[in-house]
Design a protein around this ligand. Structure first.
Ligand code: FAD
Length: 385
């Protein structure tokens, strides 16, 4: 029995899925794992990593054409799992680029916009961000105040976005704004007059990730800056659903890394003349972690197969995000207790993962909102207001 995969769930992966898992794992273990504790402590994310991630085909991996890998949903999920096994910040970087910014352009952009942006974004030469959340509108983006007015054939955007991943390093921001005919998406290139960003520096979570404020002050854009097919809030919400799918897999990676670290530590750390893994209380913790990890993994694989079969509904993704992030957070906290004092530094990954998972629990729909999505799916009654 594999102690990290008690039911042998990964044995059901196809050869291609196994290859993707191993390739991404080898890359992150060699290039990211040795450095990520320092990046987390310093509050930085090395943008220079982007071309290498692009070469691996990780940006917009599930999209077809325009230099994207066109992989299955499950293969993309597996990649997210391996990325987040090292750090949620890395997976967030890839999710925002591929599932949010590139997906918005791929789904709602004109042919010219797709040709202009997608191949370079897939290659990691250009970075994108996705600005939906505003200071006063998080869970309820329908209230957004950022506006877009069409005047003399040009768009003028005013407003601001907050908590935007990759904002400060993005070459292009996908900004959602209220136009006369409803919410529309706009492509705002870095350097456009009136468009500025400010990074949020004092985070205690997701520190190896850039999170920024976007300020739009009379930003003038050409008429073709709008994503022509984006109409209404459904457009950004459909992108979020893609990103959440990556998150429900990524959480399994973070949980696995915490559990594997705790298991390893428990077998070598000696107290009272024996490894702490020999104490019943430690075994109980490890078993609980292993059960929750495997259930989360099974959930991810099942939702991946549903998505590949075209049968994945929004509530399925909410199920996965709610369950898997919650399980991962609990596993990370339990792992920290097994490492005790050693668990509180960046020498080991467990508290870094736990802190990161606090953000993952909140972004892309809070645990409360996903509870309400499932509540509505079960009862048929919406309870959002
Ligand atoms: P609020 O909406 O103010 O919620 C506060 C609390 O009230 C929560 O517990 C919430 O669940 C609860 N609540 C709200 N409404 C209800 C209700 N109807 N019923 C019950 N409880 C309710 N956004 C982007 O657009 N792009 C990004 O790239 C991005 N990256 C992020 C990165 C990080 C690190 C973080 C932390 C956030 C990021 N976000 C991003 C924003 C994120 O999506 C929001 O934080 C999230 O939607 C919640 O909004 P809020 O923080 O304003 O909380």
């Amino acid at each position: 029995m594999d102690p990290i995969d008690l039911l042998g769930v990964a044995d059901g992966f196809s050869d291609e899925e196994r290859l993707i898992r191993d390739t991404v794992r080898q890359f992150v273990d060699a290039k990211v794992r040795p450095n990520v504790g320092r990046w987390f402590a310093d509050g930085t994310f090395p943008r220079e990593l982007a071309p290498e991630l692009g070469e691996l085909g990780l940006f917009g991996m599930h999209l077809q054409g325009y230099g994207c890998a066109g992989a299955s949903a499950t293969a993309y999920g597996i990649a997210c799992m391996e990325l987040e096994a090292v750090d949620s910040g890395l997976r967030s970087f890839v999710s925002v680029q591929g599932s949010l910014a590139m997906t918005a352009i791929h789904k709602f952009g004109s042919e010219e916009q797709k040709q202009q942006w997608l191949p370079k974004m897939a290659a990691g030469e250009l970075i994108g961000c996705f600005g939906l959340t505003e200071p006063d509108f998080g869970s309820n983006p329908a209230g957004m105040r950022t506006t877009a007015r069409l005047t003399n054939g040009e768009w003028v955007l005013n407003g601001g976005k907050l908590w935007i991943t990759n904002g400060g390093i993005a070459d292009v921001a996908v900004v959602w704004a209220r136009a006369d005919d409803g919410v529309r998406g706009f492509l705002v290139p870095r350097g456009t007059k009136g468009f500025t960003t400010r990074d949020i520096k004092d985070k205690l979570s997701l520190r190896a990730s850039i999170t920024s404020e976007l300020v739009l002050d009379d930003v003038v854009l050409p008429a073709d800056a709008v994503l022509p097919e984006s109409r209404g809030l459904k457009a950004p919400l459909s992108c979020l659903n893609e990103a959440r799918f990556g998150i429900l897999w990524g959480a399994v990676g973070a949980a696995r890394d915490c559990y594997a670290t705790a298991l390893d530590y428990a077998k070598t750390r000696v107290q009272f003349d024996r490894p702490i893994a020999g104490f019943q209380l430690t075994q109980s913790k490890l078993v609980e972690m292993a059960l929750e990890l495997e259930k989360a993994f099974l959930t991810a694989v099942h939702i991946g197969r549903l998505k590949d079969a075209g049968r994945c509904e929004t509530a399925h993704v909410s199920f996965g995000k709610l369950n898997n992030v919650r399980a991962a957070l609990e596993i990370a906290r339990q792992a920290r207790t097994i490492l005790a004092a050693s668990g509180i530094t960046t020498e080991y990954p467990v508290l870094r993962h736990a802190n990161n998972l606090e953000s993952v629990l909140t972004y892309e729909g809070t645990s409360e909102i996903h509870t309400l999505v499932l509540g509505e799916a079960i009862t048929g009654i919406g309870a959002y207001r």
